[in-house]
Design a protein around this ligand. Sequence first.
Ligand code: PLP
Length: 412
Amino acid sequence: MIRINEHYTKLKASYLFSDIARRVAAYQQANPGKPVIRLGIGDVTEPLPPVSIEALHAATGELASRATFKGYGPEQGYAFLREAIAAGDYAARGCPVEADEIFISDGSKCDCGNIQEIFAADTRLAIPDPVYPVYVDTNVMAGRTGPNHDGRYEGITYLECTPANDYVPAPPVAPICGGGAPELIWLCFPNNPTGAVATREQLASWVAYARATSAIILYDSAYEAFVRTPGIPRSIYEIPGARDVAIEFRSFSKTAGFTGTRCAYVVIPKTLTARDSAGAAHSVHALWLRRQSTKFNGVSYPVQRAAAAIYTDAGKQQTRALCDFYLGNAALIRAAMTKLGFACTGGVDSPYIWINVKRDSWEFFDQLLNRAQVVCTPGAGFGKCGEGHVRISAFNSRENVEQALQRIAAAL
Ligand code: PLP
């Protein structure tokens, strides 16, 4: 008899955004004359930067002739893209990252979800709450947790992000779960969903903790391109010593509007090691290369060219303008919600505004949908500590954001 992976049965039946889509669809069916504005899911709305479009056209042209045709690409991604990343995202900021420490992929979602499989099944986990759901769910699928009780899985040390710590958790002072310090620690800054950023000192305390406890930090900086406040780190490798304890995930999705085009990357320093049960050190880079070359086919050549184009001078200007546009929306949303009396986080170095609505978050979601025809994301969907909050996303046209804010002001 064929049996299922029963760890899947511990998961909530559907993904948060499917639940939201269902509620919105039901509302629209019942109210066909009332157009809905979606500020819920974090998908971009603006077109790709012109440099990327030009690169896509040119690369497609290369595929049309035998002399320049490309088949399977190099396992870690084309050198032209890895070198552009190493120079543009790291050397330019004084971070010691080499091109061959970069793995090109088709998304940070897959990378954040897949990385756990190269670590032991009984690895102790620390994961923020609230959080981008992929970190928790993929560990549940892999059997690294017990069942869920009251919104919390057994076997995870939750790093609570609340108004009390300005939504930036500090390293645990004592082991909480499983009788020892966490070994794999997920961090995400600028954060989804809270929009909070970590200071250099806060990140340094995590790096020191990981070094002291031989843990590895999985640092998701999918939104680093939105950081504008001087001094806020955009990479964990800005912290001395991070190379020995951190993996970094980055994506072109929000930086350059690639959510439908698909390109991202992971940095795994060659100095990063983890041990086997006999205590021997293994290169994490080598394990990931083995995993990717077995299970992943790479990103298409035109898309890698389109991604590399954002590191040209014109590309840098265009992507900065793109992020500035969304940050302009974010500032409007934060100001409008603050004016309505809500405490807000994010929206300054991040496209997300995290709003402390101090009531049931699904109830607030329904209220906004029914009274203002605006879709937000209920905080409870991101974890227990997300309750009492909603996330509003700045990814939309200026016109839609302005209209949504007028409707919200009239409705609340
Ligand atoms: N990490 C975070 C924190 C995200 O919010 C998202 C997407 O919303 C991703 C990763 C996934 O990015 P990608 O589109 O590269 O899969």
